[in-house]
Design a protein around this ligand. Structure first.
Ligand SMILES: Cc1cc2nc3c(=O)[nH]c(=O)nc-3n(C[C@H](O)[C@H](O)[C@H](O)COP(=O)(O)O)c2cc1C
Length: 196
């Protein structure tokens, strides 16, 4: 199962540290990654983490031997094809712009097309939005995507595990994403019931 690739898209919502942590975790688990980063996704990597391009991203995300980086302009690249097997797609972080485009099926970029394909092939689509507050349009788009089979997994870390560092917060969200991708991991808190 770990040999099936996952498409990881990074878009221009705040939350680049989640995406970088997720890519490192997928690389550590030797899961093949088809990586696509929108223009504003690159801007957020720079603004939030001082990551200025592919070389800097490689430095912070482990072994890239199973990563292929695609241009978001290339709507004919492998992630755009439904006949290429995959375990699904994560958009992390997911801007409300990209979320709205996926909800409408516009497919004006590789990220939008790849997400459209994942939905039509009934594979797993995990969207990690970060926006506050939500407008009615955001909420309607999230409802529409949920009804179409996507999983909306907001970047909303909990605090019941008493996080001590920012990494603890990133791990909370990334652990939930990995669980939904069926990637075995030991990242983030485990539920302890407190029952005898
Ligand atoms: C510094 C910065 C922070 C942003 N933060 C968010 C955010 O948290 N959530 C969001 O939905 N959009 C955010 N945006 C707006 C999106 O980047 C913008 O809508 C963009 O068109 C999204 O394009 P993309 O989805 O192709 O990356 C931010 C933009 C900038 C420049």
């Amino acid at each position: 199962m770990n040999e099936l690739p996952v498409t990881l898209a990074m878009t221009g919502a705040s939350g680049a540290p989640y995406a970088v942590r997720l890519l490192r975790a997928l690389n550590d688990a030797a899961v093949p990654v088809r990586l696509v980063i929108s223009k504003t996704g690159w801007r957020l990597l720079l603004e939030e983490l001082d990551i200025a391009g592919e070389a800097a991203l490689r430095e912070q995300t482990g072994d890239w031997s199973k990563v292929i980086l695609y241009s978001d302009d290339d709507r004919g690249a492998t992630p755009a094809s439904g006949s290429s097997p995959s375990r699904g797609m994560v958009v992390c972080p997911c801007s409300m712009g990209t979320l709205g485009s996926i909800a409408q099926g516009t497919t004006r970029s590789l990220i939008e097309r790849a997400a459209d394909v994942v939905l039509k092939e009934r594979r797993k689509l995990i969207l990690v939005p970060r926006e506050t507050p939500y407008s009615m349009i955001h909420l309607e788009n999230m409802l529409r995507l949920t009804q179409a089979g996507a999983i909306v997994l907001p970047a909303s870390p909990g605090f019941y595990h008493r996080p001590k560092t920012m990494d603890d917060l990133f791990d909370f969200v990334v652990g939930r994403i990995l669980s939904h991708l069926d990637v075995p991991h030991h990242i983030g808190p485990r539920w302890q019931s407190g029952e005898p």
